[in-house]
Design a protein around this ligand. Structure first.
Ligand code: XIL
Length: 313
C-alpha cells in the first residue's frame, strides 16, 4: 500500500534519489522518480565541471532541469556538490592559483551556485570527500593550496552565500565506526569548536551486500549527539552480477537495516538512494563485475530490497 514517497512523507523523513537530467525525457524514469521519492539529488549536473566548465562561464541547463522537475513534482532538492577534488575542471585543478586566488575562485563558484538556487535548494554537500581512505586529508588542489582550512573556508563562504541553507560535509566509508569516520568526528568537533557553520554530515553509504557495518547506529548517534544532522546521501548496495536470489534477499535485509537504523535515530533526516533504476546505476561502470545495487531493477520492477524499504518505512 502506497509508494515509498507516501510512507516517507508520513514518517516525516526524506526518501530521495539521484537524477540525471538527460534521462528525464524517458517516461518510465520520470514517472518512477516522481512516484517513489520526495527528494532528489543531481547525480552529476550540479558538479563543478558541469556548472562552471570554464572560468566565469556558468552553464545551468542540466542543473535547472533537475530542479524544475523536482519543483513540478513537489520534491525537495539536495545540492551536490560545491568543493570536491573530482569532476573538477582542469582550469581549477591545474590553474596554478595562489591561495588568495583560489579562495576567490571558490567563493565565486559557491556564491554563484548557491545564490542561483537560494530558496529552492535548502541543503548542500558543501565539501565532498575531503578525507581519504587512509583517514588523512586527501591530496587536492584545495588541500595543497590552502591546507586543512579549505573545509572551514568553504563552509563560511556557503553560509554567507545562503544563510538559510543547511550545510553538510559528505563522504563514503564513514558509515560505521572506523578510522575514517573517527577522522571525521575529530574534524567536525574541531570545526564546531571554531564556530564554523556546519549543520550535518552525509554518509554516502555505497555498500557491499552483507556488509552493513554493525556500528552504523552508534556512528550516526555520535554525530547527532554533537547536534549535527546525519543524512544517508547516496545509498546503494552492490553485489556480483548476475545477481543470485540469495544476494537479492540479503540485499533486502541490508536495505531494511540501513533505513531502520536511520529512522531510529532522531537527527537522521532521511535516506537517498543513488539512482532510480539498476539500468542507469553508476556501479557497473565503476566496480568491475558488480551491479544490481538499487531497490528498483533495470525494468523498473521492485526488487526484494524495495519491499524491505517499504516495510521499514
Ligand atoms: C558518481 C556518478 O554516479 C557517476 O555518474 C559519475 O560518473 C561519477 O560520480 N561519490 C559521490 C558522487 O559523491 O558524486 C559519485 O557519483 C559517486 C561517489
Amino acid at each position: 500500500e502506497g509508494s515509498l514517497r507516501d510512507l516517507a512523507d508520513q514518517r516525516g523523513v526524506f526518501m530521495g534519489t539521484a537524477l540525471a537530467s538527460h534521462r528525464l525525457n524517458e517516461a518510465a524514469y520520470a514517472q518512477t522518480a516522481a512516484a517513489e521519492f520526495n527528494s532528489v539529488t543531481h547525480e552529476n549536473d550540479l558538479k563543478w565541471e558541469a556548472v562552471q566548465p570554464q572560468q566565469g562561464q556558468y552553464s545551468w541547463s542540466g542543473a535547472d532541469r533537475v530542479v524544475d522537475f523536482a519543483e513540478d513534482n513537489g520534491q525537495d532538492v539536495h545540492g551536490h556538490t560545491l568543493v570536491w577534488h573530482s569532476q573538477l575542471p582542469s582550469w581549477v585543478s591545474g590553474g596554478g592559483f595562489t591561495a588568495d586566488q583560489l579562495l576567490d575562485v571558490m567563493d565565486d563558484h559557491i556564491s554563484t551556485t548557491m545564490g542561483r538556487y537560494a530558496g529552492r535548494i535548502d541543503t548542500w554537500d558543501v565539501v565532498n570527500e575531503p578525507i581519504g581512505d587512509d583517514a588523512r586529508f586527501r591530496d587536492s588542489v584545495f588541500h595543497r593550496t590552502l591546507g586543512e582550512d579549505f573545509v572551514a573556508e568553504s563552509l563560511r563562504m556557503a553560509r554567507a552565500a545562503d544563510p538559510a541553507a543547511e550545510l553538510y560535509i559528505n563522504d563514503y566509508s564513514i558509515d560505521g565506526v572506523n578510522a575514517k569516520s573517527d577522522a571525521y568526528y575529530d574534524l567536525v568537533v574541531d570545526l564546531l569548536d571554531q564556530g564554523v557553520p556546519l549543520d550535518g554530515i552525509g554518509f554516502q553509504s555505497h555498500l557491499i551486500v552483507g556488509q552493513v557495518p554493525a556500528s552504523m547506529r552508534q556512528n550516526i548517534e555520535r554525530f547527532t549527539d554533537l547536534g549535527l544532522k546525519v543524512r544517508i546521501t547516496e545509498l546503494d548496495i552492490r553485489m556480483n552480477v548476475p545477481a543470485s536470489q540469495a544476494d537479492l534477499e540479503r540485499q533486502a535485509d541490508d536495505y531494511r537495516e540501513v533505513v531502520t537504523t536511520c529512522l531510529e535515530v532522531d537527527g537522521c533526516a532521511g535516506v537517498t538512494v543513488w539512482g532510480v533504476t539498476d539500468a542507469y546505476s553508476w556501479v557497473p561502470d565503476h566496480f568491475d563485475g558488480q551491479g544490481a545495487a538499487l531497490p528498483i531493477d533495470g525494468s523498473y520492477q521492485p526488487k526484494p530490497a524495495y519491499w524491505a524499504v517499504h516495510e521499514a518505512l
